[in-house]
Design a protein around this ligand. Sequence first.
Ligand SMILES: [Zn+2]
Length: 154
Amino acid sequence: MKCPACGHRPTRVLDSRATEDEEAIRRRRECGTCGYRFTTYERAESKTLVVIKKDGRREAYDPDKILAGMVKACEKRPIPLETLEQITQEIEDELRRLPTRQVSSGLIGEKVLERLRRLDEVAYVRFASVNREFEDARRFVEEVATLTQEREAK
Ligand SMILES: [Zn+2]
């Protein structure tokens, strides 16, 4: 397992236990090189998620892609990597509770946006503009206006 902070391996497992729903093994790991601690989840492959892209192509669900997209959007923002890892896991859990194994990339994008919106305005706007999950530019402008109003109301 590669360390998400410095990219080195190996990492040491500090703790292993089943998640509450007993559908996964949660492992707490520590990097032997930089000491960074992170959590991984190991699941049976029985319920492989398939992502349907906007152009109709299908690909295997990859949580690393979601995480990478958020890390990019949160560049130079005061958000710990651990928070983004948690969000990635939350989204995956939600997707796995759906009655289908096929999810649209748009739905995943919406879920990411929903969380970034609460977390960090700048990251939210960045993610939205990069991933173009908004149907049109007008809706995007409305969203930004709403955020501004909410901030001023505080
Ligand atoms: Zn490391």
